[in-house]
Write a protein that binds this ligand. Structure first.
Ligand SMILES: [Zn+2]
Ligand SMILES: [Zn+2]
Length: 424
């Protein structure tokens, strides 16, 4: 416990971004009376005042262990990082014309919600370990919180048919109208994938796209107790390299698609680049560079990272990377990171191991940390189970759900990142 807690603190210390504009500092949830504001960044220093629970101050600068803040009455001082956090409310109120990228803390899995003028997009929605349904579904609860009036998701991308990327999707169809589905086309004969396809087939007016063909019907057959038979979905058009216009000033380019049969669906991952105004976000799903090896190892021939590196360099360049395969040593080879050139790295992972390995891997986090700021939904998962303020079933003692990551792209291209700690 102690060891993992110190690892979390280490991760937090690399995760402080340079924030554009005014940003709030708030007491953390466990503060009952108030957080002391001190004259200097030490506990021996004189207390000038306090920030009550629910109150806030303006962040001026960061120093080791402390934030220098300005109180509403203009006085300045220092508050301990142990008792405060950077609030995302300033980021939530992003200027109109901007974009938001939310990596929702789904525990061990991935769900990325993107919004901008005239569009919404969801890239994956799955979890290994929190499969609560309906309003307790973390993805539904989160989107409902940040976009309470939303009725439609314009684009839904399923990177590949693994449980930790799709299991929360059926509820999303029940809650929202889905206009376009972009699916790898790879078939995984699981009950979860069967349920997902049944929802797509039943969605009125949906435009379905995959990497296999531009016409006819996509078909997959299942035999199982809760979902079985053949699902048939008419195709609208094939996924191609041609960019898809998302809304005002935003486009989606599918950089990698592969419908061949692989023993591991990770090799079918749909890799997407979003161009949001002047900024670019690369969504790598579970794309890999090979086996679990040091980041300096070249990507193995035929791996997705090797295929991506072979593209013209301008295609891969991005400001933000949603890191491949939950920060595993299978991914984020240095040759790939060199090509992407991102400075902001977002990792979605959770408290439970994949095949005995808990992600993200420390060597990958260290490599990313040398290149920019690293954000992880797995931060502080141990304590999250006891915190009432979290997305999904409150105080259910299940870990995860406390560290959603929010990147805001302002209309002027200013990029900000913070943990969006909210409860449903
Ligand atoms: Zn995964
Ligand atoms: Zn996977």
């Amino acid at each position: 416990m102690r060891k993992s807690l110190s690892a979390c603190i280490a991760l937090l210390s690399v995760a402080f971004p340079s924030l554009a504009g005014a940003t709030d500092v708030l007491p953390v949830d466990r503060v009952k009376r108030g957080v002391l504001v001190r004259e200097d960044p030490t506990t021996d220093s004189v207390a000038l005042g306090s920030i009550a629970p629910g109150g806030r101050a303006t962040l001026l600068e960061e120093v080791p262990g402390w934030y220098r803040i300005e109180l509403p009455d203009g006085r300045t001082g220092y508050v301990s990082k142990i008792w405060t956090e950077i609030g995302a409310q300033a980021l939530l109120a992003a200027p109109s014309g901007g974009f938001k990228i939310h990596v929702i803390d789904v525990g061990t899995g991935l769900a990325v919600f993107v919004e901008g003028p005239g569009f919404t997009l969801l890239y994956d929605a799955g979890s290994q370990d929190d499969l609560a349904s309906e309003n307790d579904n973390r993805v539904v609860a989160y989107i409902n919180k940040v976009r309470p009036g939303l009725t439609t998701i314009d684009h839904l991308v399923l990177s590949h048919p693994h449980k930790d990327h799709l299991q929360l999707l059926p509820d999303v169809f029940d809650r929202y109208k889905i206009r376009n589905v972009w699916n790898s086309g790879a078939i995984n004969k699981t009950q979860g994938y069967c349920r997902f396809l049944r929802k797509v087939a039943a969605e009125t007016g949906v435009q379905y796209h995959d990497a296999i063909s531009s016409s006819g019907a996509y078909q997959a057959s299942f035999s199982g107790s809760s979902c079985s038979g053949t699902v048939s979905i008419p195709r609208a058009a094939m996924m191609t390299a041609a960019p898809v216009q998302l809304g005002s000033g935003a486009r989606m380019s599918i950089l990698y698609r592969n419908a061949e049969k692989h023993s591991d669906p990770n090799e079918n991952t749909v890799v997407v680049r979003l161009d949001l105004g002047s900024r670019r976000v690369l969504l790598a799903g579970d794309a890999e560079g090979g086996g679990r090896l040091a980041p300096s190892t070249p990507p193995s021939a035929g791996s997705i990272e090797a295929e991506l590196i072979a593209k013209p360099p301008a295609e891969l360049k991005a400001d933000v990377l949603v890191v491949g395969h939950h920060g595993s040593l299978t991914s984020s080879r240095t040759a790939f990171l060199d090509a992407v050139q991102a400075k902001t790295f977002l990792i979605s992972s959770g408290p439970f191991p994949y095949k005995k390995v808990r992600l993200p891997d420390a060597d990958v986090v260290a490599e990313l940390g040398r290149r920019g700021t690293v954000w992880s939904t797995a931060t502080d998962d141990e304590n999250c189970g006891e915190v009432e303020a979290k997305i999904g079933p409150d105080a259910d003692e299940s870990p995860g759900g406390c560290n959603n990551i929010l990147v805001t792209v302002g209309a002027d291209g200013a990029l900000s990142t913070a943990y969006n700690k909210i409860a449903d």
